[in-house]
Design a protein around this ligand. Structure first.
Ligand SMILES: N[C@@H](CCC(=O)N[C@@H](CS)C(=O)NCC(=O)O)C(=O)O
Length: 220
């Protein structure tokens, strides 16, 4: 049995959950993967047991049946994409794969990463994790905003970032937009294309909607 260690509200593990959901797969209903929920409030990612498995003390982590550890969201998602479901979300051909890679990296490093930096340098819960420098917060948000303006133009006349199907780049951009809310960056106020894109993705993949996909204990 494989084990997938996640925190359902955090953006990097959500990449894996949304990737599977986009292929119609419910992570809690897989024959060969057990989900292990890591509670950030209880600092479970810092426990000795977890640290032994992933010294970076981050989620997601995928532990394969032979003991191989994948401790980065991109690696976990590449694996899940190739092993599960029919259509790859990494692109249908060589050119699309390169385009998805490009858009994914800009969404990741310019939007999501900068929002995460702003959060880590401002939120009391992260004081233990990073040496907080409050001056990082405003420039990080400004840099993410600049990239969002770029994505607003990319989405003009297009439903998705690459081609006419959902790709991993869309998933990462959506998670960036969604995480920005915690820093009071409203995803519905970054331009009409981004607002439409955010609403479309949020209807399918919001934390609340994905939780509802799982039957409640009364239904089981
Ligand atoms: N490069 C890693 C980064 C993962 C990462 O930063 N995960 C966050 C959640 S989004 C985490 O586990 N943080 C632990 C903490 O804040 O203590 C990846 O993409 O997997």
């Amino acid at each position: 049995m494989k084990k997938l260690y996640i925190t359902r509200t955090a953006p990097n593990p959500r990449k894996a959950l949304i990737l599977l959901a986009s292929k119609g797969i419910d992570v809690d209903d897989m024959d060969d993967i057990d989900v292990v929920d890591i509670d950030f409030a209880a600092n479970e990612q810092m426990s000795d047991e977890f640290t032994k498995m992933n010294p970076m003390q981050t989620v997601p982590v995928l532990k394969l049946s032979d003991g191989t550890i994948l401790n980065d969201s991109q690696a976990v998602c590449e694996y899940l994409d190739r092993v599960y479901g029919e259509r790859s979300v990494m692109g249908n051909d060589v050119i699309q794969r390169a385009q998805v890679c490009s858009m994914r990296r800009i969404a990741e490093f310019e939007v999501l990463y900068n929002f995460m930096l702003a959060f880590q340098h401002s939120h009391p819960s992260k004081a233990q994790r990073v040496e907080q420098v409050p001056e990082f917060v405003a420039p990080s948000i400004a840099r993410a905003d600049k990239a969002l303006a770029y994505f607003e133009t990319v989405l003009e006349g297009h439903e998705y970032l690459v081609g006419d199907q959902l790709s991993f780049a869309d998933i990462v951009l959506y998670l960036g937009l969604d995480f920005g809310k915690i820093l009071k960056v409203n995803p519905n106020e970054q331009g009409k294309n981004l607002a439409r894109f955010y609403q479309m993705m949020n209807e399918r993949f919001s934390i609340q909607n994905m939780a509802k996909a799982k039957p409640t204990s009364e239904e089981e």
